[in-house]
Design a binder for this molecule. Sequence first.
Ligand SMILES: [Zn+2]
Length: 284
Amino acid sequence: MPERPDLEYVVPILSERLVGRGVASAEALNPVVMRVAVLGDGPSQLLGASVEAVTRRAHFVVFTLSGELDLVVHPMLAGRFELQEGSARRRKDTAFVLGIGDGQELRYRDDVQMGKVYIVPRVDADRVIPGFASVGIDVLSRAFTFKAFSALARQRRDQVKVFLMDKSALDALGNAYADEVLFEAGLHPKARVRELSEEQLEGLHKAIKAVLRQARDTIARRQPELSEKVRDFLKVRNRKGQPCPRCGTKIRAAGVHGHDAFFCPTCQPDVKGRGFVDWRKLKR
Ligand SMILES: [Zn+2]
């Protein structure tokens, strides 16, 4: 679930509720998501530590603990957090639980088990956690100028959607918001970065800022439950077959380098004609 706008909402809430709390219990309920980089029983080694900070780093949520170990969660596609009374029923997909005193629990849920919960010595985190060491330029910061963006883009030879999703370049866009940004910019997801004009790159830079800020603000305004995913305002993502909100053409889906991409073939034309062949047209 969580992409940048979701984490912008979730992380400050977790921080407010958890910082200063002690770890009263720690339970790994689903070994599939656990990545324990210490010898022995990882969860039990968190007991007695207190939460010093909760921060976002790319798509990771980092729980900085007193002591040598940190808890780092990469929620991937479907991971979500809950703060609950310990007495509240646990959902089946609850994968990891941290008791934080007063009978309260932080729960990490993941119904597709793609996320990862790392228990890792702080000094080893960069080395042990894939994608943790090199985080790209923060697209919601002042450092994300057009100059910085175009310098990055000019080094790329890949497809624009692949570039947008490279977290070591840009911090950070996932599958859903990459599609939304490309729709906003009117660019086909398979367009090659090096083929984009200066004007198209400028449009893309603006679209990244506008789409993520708007999403962040919309989610903040809606104030969903921590575990709830608010995506109903997205324009093309997961809307295959539905009319484009701008021109009415049916939204299409296609694979781009192992990811799915949703786009409007009219608003995001495949100018080079290499992406898709319309077999029906060829037959005529
Ligand atoms: Zn359209």
